[in-house]
Design a protein around this ligand. Sequence first.
Ligand SMILES: Cc1cc2nc3c(=O)[nH]c(=O)nc-3n(C[C@H](O)[C@H](O)[C@H](O)COP(=O)(O)OP(=O)(O)OC[C@H]3O[C@@H](n4cnc5c(N)ncnc54)[C@H](O)[C@@H]3O)c2cc1C
Ligand code: SF4
Length: 325
Amino acid sequence: MQPFQFITAANERSAIEAASRAKLLAGGTTLVDLMKLHVERPAALADINGLPLAKVTELDGGGVRVGAMVRNSDMARHELIRRRYPVLSEAILSGASEQVRNMATTGGNLLQRTRCYYFRDTALPCNKRSPGSGCGAIDGYNRIHAVLGGSEHCIATHPSDMCVALVALEAVVRVRGPQGERTIRVDDFHLLPGDHPEREHRLEPDELIVSVDIPAVTFAVHSTYLKVRDRASFAFALASAAVALDVRAGTIQQARVALGGIATKPWRAHEAEAALIGRPARADVYRAAAEAALRGAVPRRHNAFKIELAKRTLVRALTRVGELA
Ligand SMILES: Cc1cc2nc3c(=O)[nH]c(=O)nc-3n(C[C@H](O)[C@H](O)[C@H](O)COP(=O)(O)OP(=O)(O)OC[C@H]3O[C@@H](n4cnc5c(N)ncnc54)[C@H](O)[C@@H]3O)c2cc1C
Ligand code: SF4
């Protein structure tokens, strides 16, 4: 047991003040887990559960603002989310269990950490946990690891389902710190590992996530999230696809595609979108889009199967939405 100080943040200002010296505690489903494993060893925790950031509200222009402390189950089941962004509701409900989702928050989900076995075991080398110690996975057991976005220092997948849908929807993270407020697109929020896998996102240590803003994407009423995993529930994605299509008279006018479970960050598949737009909503077009999405994939010893799995996952998700649209 590592002793730590426990602070209760009474308001946003005290949370921001605490953030530079304490880890913020939201639902605790990532942080407390990692503290038990000694992967996270904060000197202090600042509980932000009392902050008034647990609302889902409509934005002018048809978008939706989701407060950082909205629980994952509340977001997934909110009428506005279910109706306007089925892809997001389905993505959240495909993750974890109802009990975990009842605790997990929007802000915490954005900052959840990889499930790489080497990262979660302090006896093993890991550049992300202990910079410079090496990567146990690259020449080790890498069945769950990334085929897109990896570097010679880290190939860990980003584990979130919610973030994959948010990237497809072009959502924006609103953060506040001592310098005031700023916004970061979810697509830019998470960093590729590059030479510094320990740097996972663009949030500064003294910043608080206050909300995620999802813009109006009218055709997202025709969207879905398909997740493939080792068990039917309570398992992270081996491959997943978030898809929204605007199909008129059989032709794809607009497309959003993002992939999960196969990349080091929630992966927007622009190449797949380009291969879809202006073409007929048809099986051969879907397969061509999937080929384009995975063109840059780099297989490792145990994860080559993910390339074909991701392609088939994407084709099936496109087929499902194509039939709805
Ligand atoms: C058994 C299990 C299975 C799971 N399965 C899945 C799955 O299939 N798919 C999936 O996507 N996820 C899964 N998860 C992960 C789960 O979604 C995350 O643990 C959860 O979303 C984290 O949210 P939290 O509020 O509990 O975060 P916490 O654990 O409280 O915090 C996580 C991190 O975020 C920081 N933080 C939290 N809120 C803020 C804020 N407002 N501003 C700044 N920093 C903040 C904390 O300081 C901490 O560093 C699983 C988790 C468990 C335990
Ligand atoms: S893949 Fe990344 S998280 Fe996993 S051992 Fe290598 S450096 Fe660590």
